[in-house]
Design a binder for this molecule. Structure first.
Ligand SMILES: [Zn+2]
Length: 358
């Protein structure tokens, strides 16, 4: 059960980790996952800083990392400290990458534990490198350590949480996170992603296995989906499933590369759209887990779109009275798409059976 001090009133301000050290992991010129991403976020957040509570980053311990990664993987990152090299065709190591990756994972843990203990309702770890492609035993797709998975494991081991949901709205499938939890029934993993697309996983038929069957919920979406399709997928599939699962805390792998202006992908989500999606998750978190939610930054490669979208989400977290507007209605084609996905997952989730309410 959740060990939370009932006398503690949560701080209404969202907790934020942001720190210049996260710019010290570097990639070659022209690489989209670059330090300038955090500078763009800082610029966009400047008018909001009085509404947030900043928390200093801290390094994840070996124990915290080893709950999600192999000893060999951690040893490799340590061994490469001080070097510049490449771990896969697009994943780079710079001299301080080990230190920065540890800080990113540790910051996600720190914010998650603070939210679980009732110090605040929500948090956003504005860190890099991102994490959701990192597998137990290897770095992949710009990711060195799987920040959201390390945080989920810490919540179970250190805060006594039993049921955690991870919603991954990054435009790429969160293969690393799925693989770490797909055999378990108490960690629900929900991913919306462009498909077919990098990294190739995330098909509808990947639904978890053994005790975890059904607790992996993939929503592969064709290129071109935007606010209407994402909002309908949330309203008709993600939210009812989360309500049925009843997590004790909601983790969000928040990538912003489904944005219409993102150079890597082909989706059409707007900056306002991300705020609406976050608002839907916040309303659900208020309903089932006292509003406890934590976002960790994944992708998002158009600097201006990234800054705008992150600032919109932070503003939503900081202003409880802000209730986002409705998004555009679905086209008939979109309606058929979302209806089909809902039907495909109905075998595992009774709340998805029957007609959608929207
Ligand atoms: Zn991505």
């Amino acid at each position: 059960m959740l060990t939370c001090d009932p006398t503690l009133m949560p701080d209404p301000r969202p907790l934020l980790v942001r720190d210049p050290r996260f710019r010290a992991h570097t990639s070659p010129e022209g690489h989209p996952e670059r330090a300038e991403r955090l500078e763009a976020i800082d610029r966009a957040l400047a008018p909001l800083l009085e509404q947030v509570l900043e928390v200093a980053p801290r390094a994840a311990s070996d124990d915290e990392i080893l709950r999600a990664h192999s000893a060999e993987h951690l040893a490799l990152l340590q061994k490469l400290e001080g070097q510049t090299t490449q771990l896969d065709p697009d994943t780079y190591i710079s001299p301080r990458s080990h230190e920065v990756a540890r800080l990113a994972a540790g910051s996600a843990v720190e914010l998650a534990l603070r939210v679980a203990r009732g110090e605040a309702r929500s948090g956003f770890a504005l860190t890099r490198p991102p994490g959701h492609h990192a597998e137990r035993a290897r770095a992949m797709g710009f990711c060195l350590l799987n920040n959201v998975a390390v945080a989920a494991q810490a919540l179970r081991a250190e805060a006594g949480l039993e049921r955690i949901a991870i919603v991954d709205w990054d435009v790429h499938h969160g293969n690393g996170t799925q693989h770490l939890f797909e055999h378990e029934r108490d960690v629900l993993f929900v991913s919306l992603h462009q498909f077919p697309f990098y990294p190739g996983t995330g098909a509808l038929r990947e639904r978890g296995s053994g005790a975890g069957e059904g607790a992996t919920l993939n929503l592969p979406l064709p290129a071109g989906c935007g606010d209407a399709e994402y909002a309908a997928a949330f309203e008709q599939i993600v939210i009812p499933t989360l309500r049925e699962f009843r997590p004790e805390l909601l983790l969000i792998s928040a990538g912003f590369d489904a944005h219409a202006r993102d150079p890597l992908a082909s989706m059409q989500v707007s900056s306002d759209g991300f705020r609406v999606l976050a608002g839907m998750l916040r309303a659900l978190a208020e309903e089932v887990c006292a509003g406890r939610m934590l976002l960790t930054l994944e992708g998002g490669y158009d600097l201006e779109a990234l800054g705008e979208s992150v600032a919109g989400v932070v503003r939503l977290l900081a202003e409880p009275e802000l209730r986002p507007e409705k998004l555009p209605a679905l086209t008939p084609v979109g309606s058929e798409l979302i209806g089909g996905l809902r039907e495909a997952h109905a075998q595992s989730w009774s709340s998805l059976r029957g007609r959608a309410y929207a």
